[in-house]
Write a protein that binds this ligand. Structure first.
Ligand code: ADP
Ligand code: MG
Length: 859
């Protein structure tokens, strides 16, 4: 108990699993908590007069219990026996060998294979944020930094990154001026405050020799101008503190600049249903669900990253598209690659097992089989008649030497309990073969000994048996005891029988056991050598897994685009987005009997900058706008798109404000949420962005709403010049098209039939001044009394109605907008505390100011 309490003192935050013999036991509050969460029986242990609550489970089933605790948001410290109990003179020495936390959990049996498991570290200093995150189970590390003009923008960036990365666990510095509490409430990750963790960021320096990333970091620091390594040091100190060893697989640090990718803010990601359905929360109803037919888990994880972070540079996009095109041209080639991909195991997640030495012979056979298929893929790609595929083939290093080493060492079907069975191939080591031979021979001898003794003694039911306590013994039933020879030594009496030893038997047993022990020990030491060799190859395996993931996703794109009838998008530099027969990938996918009606889109920076879309409820306005955004995203991922033709200009950011989603759990009204989102759009969109506004302004009174909607569109035209689709029931807005050449009106065709309507789902030029609300209400089953009365009221109101929007003069608007923009910049500058800035931060801020001024045009 004293030993336990000493250990527990250092692990107050975690549930402590204390190894006692074959069990992990928990005591005190840990026991009470765990017994509830894991449905274990709570017992008491009488110790020093107190009744200490206690519960536990056998060590060989610990993984499933630990994964349950992690799943429920606990951290677990594992305290093992670190010396052989047989050799211990007093109490067995115990130490915490590992702390398992949500962000460092690596058990591939319990981790979701199609998702990464990220641990993220955030360090904020003044107006700069440094984020780094790592998937310990695969070894990927990402790092970024950004400087802002004010805390609000920094916070928005932080929240967007949190949702995009979706870490299981976050490490965050707590400082007086850094108060994330309000934001963090809405983030579902496990949050650690670094101050409470007592991390010493210099601990990391001790491990420099163990980690390959240090040199990478130094490179980054020199080349990328990262002025602070603290965030990544926090990350590493935490990993070192919890994992104790196994850092060899942390090889790559990927520095990313959030401006290098198509930026999709959190709302758009949700509204466009990129990775899960809006109402169902399930992957099946999302773009990811439609697109993910990857054959390996590495591929699925990569695809998810691509969806959340599409590309922005044309050559990168076209590289992917061109590979998909070549794959599409050759069905047989495609089919052959898919067949091979099906045989490939999650070799990316093997790297951590190699690194912390938990890899098993079975894993190695999985790796071997994967390497065989990978080699086949290399061949298939090389033999294609395409230069780009042949170059891709050259990127595959099939690790021949590693492959043949495993092939020559491990048997084809190694046992799970490899510590007690033979798994190294015959012929690999003569010494090992001899030892195993000896134990086989001894076993055979024992079998023969039984027959021999039966004949000698005439006891026909004499049996040689084995158990853990006695070892080998001879068992004879009571009725034959008078025939037992005097050389037998009686060892145990049972109800119906007696058990004996014999000298010869015991001698042979000793031989058998010692040769078996020696064989197993030698086998493990040979395996250790192999593991060492593997560990020198981790980086190669990781590089290989990256290429395989890429091939998997692109093959998948090809496969999906053929099945779903997608086409290759083209790109232009003329600021035109032109889509012919575009379809909504998710809705079309879930349609079975009904046919999805395709629609065209033209957006440019001239007459088609902004479309105001009017039309009845349920006509398909929202669907149409989302489909444009989804097609742009798919194209910039390097995927084919649901259209007969798509000629696109590259978009830097996508913003969507769709529907009236209430955010009551955050304590905000719908309208407040709506306006916050619009504010974010107006502050961050550029002329290369795509904005989708769906019924903005509906959360307040009609006149408020119309006025806001009108002014928002004007601001976009005057200041942002971003391509915009705006669906609205405020028919007054169609007048904007008269005022601005760059605004045009679209509507969705319906056919009126008596007092009902038929949806034709076709987008056409023009507008409607009828929302057909009453007709839709009729379709929905509202009764005739209400319908008739509402028709009456509508007629009355329409007669009286004369809403005139008082249109401001063009010049007024311009100067007003310009004024407010410059005023805002001045205000932000005056809020800067110059004493807190490093020279580099000052330069960054200056740069941002200049850019903002340029963006407010004509300065
Ligand atoms: P609105 O925004 O105009 O109220 P939605 O876009 O929400 O309408 O569309 C309502 C429903 O109509 C969709 O859920 C879908 O089932 C169907 N729909 C929309 N567009 C199409 C289309 N182009 N072809 C077939 N069905 C469509
Ligand atoms: Mg709608």
């Amino acid at each position: 108990m004293k030993q336990y309490l000493d250990v527990k003192k250092k692990h107050k935050d975690e549930i402590l699993l204390f190894r006692l013999g074959d069990f992990y036991e928990m005591f005190f509050d840990d026991a009470v908590t765990a017994s509830k969460e894991l449905h274990l029986t709570l017992t008491k242990r009488a110790s020093t007069g107190n009744n200490v609550p206690m519960c536990g489970f056998p060590h060989h089933v610990s993984n499933s219990y630990i994964s349950k605790l992690i799943d429920k948001g606990y951290k677990v410290a594992i305290c093992d026996q670190v010396e052989d109990p047989k050799l211990a003179k007093t109490i067995v020495k115990r130490e915490v060998t590992k702390v398992i936390t949500p962000g460092t959990f690596t058990d591939s049996e319990y981790l979701d294979s199609s998702n990464n498991n990220y641990l993220m570290s955030v360090y904020v200093k003044n107006l700069s944020i440094f984020i780094s995150y790592l998937d310990y189970s695969t070894g990927e590390i990402y790092i970024t930094e950004k400087t802002f003009l004010n805390r609000k923008e920094l916070n928005i960036f932080f929240v967007d990154e949190c949702y995009r990365i979706n870490p299981s666990e976050i490490l965050i510095n707590k400082q007086k001026d850094v108060n994330f509490n309000k934001i963090l409430k809405n983030i579902p990750s496990y949050i650690n405050f670094v101050e409470d963790l007592n991390l010493n960021v210099n601990d990391f320096d001790e491990y420099i020799d163990d980690t390959n990333i240090y040199s990478e970091l130094i490179n980054l620091k020199n080349n990328r101008n990262i002025n602070d390594l603290i965030s990544i040091k926090i990350l590493f100190s935490y990993v070192i503190k919890t994992q104790k060893d196994g850092f060899k697989h942390l090889n790559f640090v990927i520095y990313y600049n959030s401006d290098d990718n198509l930026l999709i803010d959190e709302n758009s990601k949700i509204n466009l249903e990129l990775v899960k359905g809006l109402n169902t929360n399930s992957k099946k109803d999302s773009l990811l669900g439609v697109l993910d037919n990857c054959k390996t888990s590495m591929g699925s994880r990569t695809l998810k990253k691509w969806i959340e972070k599409p590309l922005k540079y044309r050559d990168e996009i076209e590289y992917r598209l061109n590979i998909v095109e070549k794959l599409n041209e050759d069905f047989i080639l495609l089919d052959n690659i898919i067949k091979e991909l099906n045989e490939i195991y999650d070799i990316e997640r093997l790297s951590v097992k190699i690194s912390n030495s938990t890899i098993t012979p079975k894993d190695l056979i999985a790796l071997l089989n994967s390497l065989k298929s990978i080699k086949n893929i290399k061949f298939i790609l090389k033999l294609s008649n395409s230069e780009i595929l042949s170059k891709l083939s050259d990127q595959i290093n099939p690790l021949e030497k590693l492959k043949s080493t495993i092939e020559n060492t491990i048997i084809d079907d190694p046992p799970a309990n490899f510590e007690e069975k033979q798994f190294i191939k015959k012929g690999f080591s003569k010494e090992l073969d001899d030892l195993f031979d000896m134990s086989t021979k001894a076993k055979k001898w024992i079998l023969e000994f039984e027959n021999e003794q039966r004949e000698k003694t005439g006891i026909k039911n004499l049996r040689v048996k084995y158990n853990k306590i006695l070892g080998y013994f001879i068992e004879i039933t009571k009725s034959f005891v008078d025939k037992v020879p005097s050389t037998y030594i009686r060892k145990q009496t049972l109800v119906g029988s007696e058990r004996y030893f014999s000298l010869e038997l015991k001698e042979m047993e000793a031989k058998l056991l010692s040769s078996r022990d020696d064989a197993l020990a030698l086998q493990l030491s040979l395996f250790d050598e192999l593991k060492k060799y593997l560990s020198d190859n981790i980086k190669n395996i990781q590089e290989l897994s990256k290429v395989v993931s890429l091939i998997d996703v692109l093959t998948n794109f090809s496969d999906v685009s053929i099945k779903n009838n997608y086409t290759k998008p083209e790109f232009n530099q003329d600021e035109v987005i032109e889509i012919k027969d575009g379809r909504h990938p998710i809705i079309e996918f879930n349609f079975t009997d009904e046919l999805f009606v395709p629609n065209d889109t033209v957006l440019d920076n001239k007459e088609n900058l902004i479309h105001i879309i009017t039309g009845p409820n349920m006509a398909g306005k929202s669907t149409y706008m989302r489909q444009v955004a989804l097609i742009v995203i798919m194209a910039q991922m390097g995927c084919y798109v649901p259209a007969s033709k798509a000629n696109l200009s590259i978009v830097d950011k996508i913003f969507t404000r769709i529907g009236a989603s209430d955010n009551l759990s955050k304590g905000e009204s719908t309208f407040m949420v709506e306006m916050k989102e619009v504010a974010n759009i107006l502050n961050n969109a550029t002329s290369s962005s795509l904005i989708i506004l769906d019924e903005v302004g509906r959360g307040t009174s009609t006149y408020d709403g119309i006025s806001l909607a009108w002014a928002i569109v004007e601001f976009i035209v005057e200041n942002i010049k971003a391509k915009t689709l705006f669906a609205t029931h405020y028919h007054e807005l169609v007048d904007l098209a008269k005022k601005y050449d760059c605004i045009s009106n679209l509507t969705i065709q319906v056919q009126e039939q008596e007092d009902t309507i038929i949806f034709l789902r076709k987008i056409i030029d023009g507008y409607t001044n009828n929302s057909y609300g009453i007709e839709v209400a009729k379709l929905a089953g509202i009764n005739e009394v209400v319908l008739n009365r509402s028709r009456e009221i509508l007629d009355n109101i329409s007669e009286e109605k004369s809403v005139l929007i008082n249109k401001p003069k063009q010049t007024d608007i311009k100067s007003r907008n310009k004024y407010s923009a410059s005023e805002k910049i001045l205000k932000d500058i005056s809020n800067i505390n110059i004493n807190n800035l490093s020279p580099l931060e000052a330069i960054n801020i200056l740069n941002t100011v200049i850019e903002r001024i340029r963006n407010t045009n004509e300065y």
